[in-house]
Design a binder for this molecule. Structure first.
Ligand SMILES: Cc1ncc(C[n+]2csc(CCOP(=O)(O)OP(=O)(O)O)c2C)c(N)n1
Ligand code: SF4
Ligand SMILES: [Mg+2]
Length: 351
């Protein structure tokens, strides 16, 4: 059995959001992943973030590749648009969908194998083009679905369940996303929902390429001593740079922190990212500082988590291309085919 239907019964007093939906309305089918898999916690965080942001489920398009991580869109947002693409090809399908209909909220879900190996070229180009999306990599350091081979993000020297040592240097997707021009970059941990939910909310509210690398332990193949993606190892080495709150446009902004201890960053849609600094002098609006911090922490076996970089004024692919505000799939025949005289004029201008 590949999926299980969820019982429709729900408690009558479940809290509703501004749209009158409960969290259950943002769920999907029952997960068939291993009990304790980090990916299920990320699905729960996505459900919570969309519920808290009062997102209309039909406005979301969720896309994925192949892998345990890429199966997860079946387990959340059951009323949204979905496309489970080919291995590593989620970014180009998402880019095409986004070009056709800019009005949807695009959520790309992928794995470290899906995005850092077979799909690396796709990942690179979607990020550098500034596609307006939230791109989440559920990073467990292995190919979980095909039984635990090291992925390209596995740390050098980390040990597999059977004792093999990974000889290759790891590829760090956060560093790559920063270098490629992503305008919202964060790293989370599936075991820290308090940090992860606002990270996802901020990414969904952001215009431009938002990238989140979420460390997500694979309990079946990469949760043993010697692994650097196990729950224990990540809990011991996690160093958060900030604590994030996301305040939607209509909510009153209440200051509950001392001056100098937090900064506020307003995004395009009017939402405010309120960052309570945990690391001294860290400004998430400085791309170079973010790259340095990630490398410095890695050099001493630490994992920097939190919102690492944001450019609140970023533009997206549609801004770069100068496309019209109307979604291209809603343009009528008259606009798309303006007639032979207009074509003549265009041809003449090119001669
Ligand atoms: C073209 C192609 N090559 C290889 C595979 C086999 N395959 C399926 S999932 C996967 C890797 C998945 O790893 P990851 O993206 O990290 O997901 P996880 O299962 O760890 O969440 C591979 C190699 C495939 N399905 N298609
Ligand atoms: S094999 Fe690993 S990644 Fe896949 S569902 Fe099980 S714990 Fe999760
Ligand atoms: Mg993986």
């Amino acid at each position: 059995m590949t999926w299980l239907a969820k019982p429709g019964l729900r408690h009558p007093t479940l809290r509703c959001n501004a749209l009158g939906f409960t969290r259950r309305d943002y769920e999907g089918k029952i997960s068939t992943l291993c009990a304790g898999c980090g990916h299920d916690s990320i699905s729960a965080a996505i459900i919570q973030a969309c519920w808290e942001l009062d997102i209309q489920p039909h406005r979301v398009a969720k896309l994925s590749g192949i892998g345990c991580s890429s199966k997860t869109p079946d387990y959340f947002l059951g009323q949204s648009h979905g496309f489970n693409t080919v291995h590593g090809r989620m970014p180009s399908v998402l880019t095409g969908a986004n070009l056709a209909n800019r009005d949807l909220i695009y959520l790309g879900v992928s794995g470290d194998g899906d995005s850092a190996s077979i799909g690396i070229g796709q990942f690179v180009h979607a990020i550098r083009r500034g596609v307006n999306m939230t791109y989440i990599v559920e990073n467990n350091g292995v190919y979980g679905l095909t039984k635990g081979q090291f992925s390209a993000t596995a740390d050098q020297g980390s040990m597999s369940k059977k004792g093999a040592v990974n000889a290759d240097a790891p590829l760090d997707m956060v560093t790559m996303a920063l270098q490629l021009g992503a305008s919202y970059v964060g790293r989370g941990f599936s075991g820290d929902k308090r940090q992860l939910v606002p990270l996802i909310k901020g990414a969904l509210a952001h215009r431009g390429a938002a990238f989140l690398d979420v460390i997500s332990p694979c309990v079946a193949f990469n949760n043993h001593a010697g692994s650097t993606r196990s729950y224990d190892w990540v809990r011991e080495h996690n160093e958060a740079v900030s604590r994030l709150d996301v305040v939607p446009p209509r909510a009153e902004i209440v200051a509950d922190y001392a001056p100098g201890e937090a900064i506020e960053v307003e995004q395009h849609d009017g939402s405010v990212l309120r960052l309570h600094k945990l690391a001294d002098d860290y400004d998430p609006r400085d791309r170079i500082a973010a790259m340095n911090l990630v490398q410095q922490r890695q050099a001493r076996d630490g994992i920097a988590t939190g919102l690492l970089y944001v450019d609140p004024g970023a533009d997206d692919l549609h801004g770069h291309l100068g496309t019209v505000d109307t979604p291209l799939n809603a343009l009528g025949a008259d606009t798309l085919s303006p007639g032979s005289e207009a074509l003549e004029r265009i041809n003449a201008s090119l001669r």
